[in-house]
Design a protein around this ligand. Sequence first.
Ligand code: SF4
Ligand code: SF4
Length: 75
Amino acid sequence: MAVVIDYDKCTNCKLCYDRCPEGLFGLDEQGKVYVKYQHECWLCGACQMDCPFGAIQVRYEENVKPIFLKRDDKE
Ligand code: SF4
Ligand code: SF4
């Protein structure tokens, strides 16, 4: 699992930094958002859903499906 920021899309609005319930995002020396505590992510998906620019992807391991994606699950 990994939370990946696409810096070609990211505008550094810091919404993910403010909204992650676990406070896992940090700011580097230039004030740029990055995932500081990757291993503590609890897969809520909030950062991916809330990023206004589609710049975050939460990558899940095989056979793991996040709760927020199950809403549209037709199975
Ligand atoms: S919410 Fe999206 S655009 Fe804003 S800082 Fe985070 S990754 Fe970048
Ligand atoms: S998936 Fe949830 S816990 Fe993980 S980094 Fe994103 S907002 Fe934080």
